[in-house]
Design a protein around this ligand. Structure first.
Ligand code: HPA
Length: 272
C-alpha cells in the first residue's frame, strides 16, 4: 500500500468510527501526559493497528491509539503513542499519522513531551511553552519528499498567536508556564554534560528526544503547532544526579495534574 492510500484509508476509518465529530485540534501525548486522555468525554478509541498510516509501536505492549471525543467544548483527536527517531534512526515515523490528521480536517497540533531543563530557573515538575526549536540532529522527516513544498518556512514554527492564547490560559488558571527553545537530541542515551553546555551556549532552555520531527511534518501539512514540555529533570551535569527513564516518568507523573489542567484551559481558549 502506498502512503497516500494508507492515509486515505486511515482517514476514512477515523471518520466512520467518530461519525459527526470533526476535530480541529489534535493532541499528541508525550511521556507523563497520558492522563490528558482521561479528560475526553464520549471517547471513541481507535488503535493505531487499525490505521495503516499510523506507526507500529509495540514498546511495552502499548500499540498506541487515537481517542476521539471532546475535552470541554473542543472536539479533539488525542494521540497516545509516538514513534521516536531513536527507535529506528529515521525521523519520519509519524509522517502518515500527521498527514491523516490534516486529511481529517485538524488545523492545530498541540504537542506535549517530557524534557530536561537547561535553565536553573525552570525546575523539575514545571511546564514550558516551546517558542522555537533547534534541530541539533539535522535530520528531517521530509527527506525523499518531492516538490518545492518541502522547503518549508520554519521562522514561526510554533504559532505566535496560539502561544499568546496559551500564556493567557495559563495565567487565568494560575499555572506557571515558562517559555523557551527546545533542542532535539536523537537519544536514546541522555546527553553528556559537555553536550548540555554546548546546547546552553546555543541558546536552548530545554532538551528532549521528540517533537521536532512532528513539528516539521505538521508545518509541511499546513497545521499550526503549539508545544508544551514538562520538565522532568535538570539536564546532565547541572545537578548531582543520574538520569534515567524511570526518573523521567516518575517526575512526569507528579506534575501531570497541573499539566492536564493547563491543557484543558488551553483547549477551551483555542478557537480555530
Ligand atoms: N534529555 C533528553 N530527553 C529528556 C530529558 C533529558 O534530560 N529529560 C526528559 N527527556
Amino acid at each position: 500500500m502506498t502512503l497516500d492510500d494508507a492515509i486515505t484509508q486511515s482517514t476514512a476509518t477515523l471518520k466512520a468510527r467518530a461519525a459527526g465529530l470533526s476535530p480541529q485540534v489534535a493532541v499528541l501525548l508525550g511521556s507523563g501526559w497520558g492522563p490528558v486522555a482521561d479528560k475526553v468525554q464520549g471517547a471513541i478509541d481507535v488503535p493505531y493497528k487499525d490505521l495503516p498510516a499510523f506507526p507500529a509501536l509495540g514498546v511495552g505492549g502499548h500499540t498506541g491509539q487515537v481517542r476521539l471525543g471532546r475535552i470541554g467544548n473542543q472536539a479533539v483527536a488525542v494521540l497516545a503513542g509516538r514513534k521516536h527517531a531513536y527507535e529506528t534512526g529515521e525521523a519520519d515515523g509519524m509522517k502518515g499519522a500527521i498527514r491523516t490528521l490534516a486529511a481529517l480536517g485538524v488545523k492545530v497540533l498541540l504537542q506535549t513531551n517530557a524534557a530536561g531543563s537547561l535553565d536553573v530557573g525552570m525546575r523539575p515538575g514545571e511546564l514550558m511553552l516551546i517558542t522555537d526549536h533547534i534541530n541539533t540532529v539535522q535530520r528531517s522527516p521530509l527527506f525523499n519528499e518531492p516538490g518545492d513544498k518541502r522547503f518549508i518556512d520554519m521562522s514561526a514554527a510554533y504559532d505566535p498567536a496560539l502561544r499568546e492564547t496559551a500564556l493567557d490560559a495559563a495565567a487565568t488558571v494560575g499555572i506557571t508556564l515558562h517559555e523557551g527553545v527546545y533542542a532535539w537530541c536523537m537519544g536514546p542515551q541522555f546527553e553528556t554534560p559537555a553536550e548540555i553546555r554546548m546546547l546552553r551556549a546555543f541558546g536552548a532552555q530545554a532538551v528532549g528526544m521528540s517533537t521536532v520531527p512532528e513539528t516539521i511534518l505538521a508545518r509541511h501539512a499546513g497545521l499550526r503547532v503549539l508545544a508544551l514540555s514538562m520538565l522532568t529533570n535538570m539536564a546532565a551535569g547541572m545537578e548531582a544526579q543520574t538520569l534515567s527513564h524511570a526518573h523521567t516518568l516518575a517526575t512526569a507523573q507528579s506534575g501531570s495534574a497541573r499539566a492536564v489542567e493547563l491543557v484543558e484551559a488551553m483547549l477551551a481558549a483555542i478557537h480555530v
